[in-house]
Design a protein around this ligand. Sequence first.
Ligand SMILES: [Zn+2]
Length: 133
Amino acid sequence: MEILSNVKDFTLRCGGFIERYNPSVFAFKHQSGVTVKDTPTARQNILNLHMARHAVFAEMLLLPARKSNQLSDLASKVEEIEFELQAEWGFTLDRNFHSYWCEVPHCQCPLLDNTERMGTPYRVVSENCPIHG
Ligand SMILES: [Zn+2]
């Protein structure tokens, strides 16, 4: 794992994935009234949460699609991590702004339709999805 971090850039490279961040988001005073500071601890906490998310994704990849109960439990963990990420960034905890729920392995729900609906309570689920269907 490699963490590249300076004032303008905030990147995590690990295995096959790269996470990029916009540290200026930290500078905003969020809706909750909380101003979150861009500190090494805050960055590390965010990186740790993304690593936890990737670990859950890896676990899901190892399961066959027919193990829908186990996949659903792991998908719930991903949503918990999304709430923790929102908290770490200082955002309001809001399920409507989650994005990773339909990127989990084995999910058959339409990514583009759901990306367009981000910020609304509506989710488009596929009945063929072993996790959300
Ligand atoms: Zn799905």
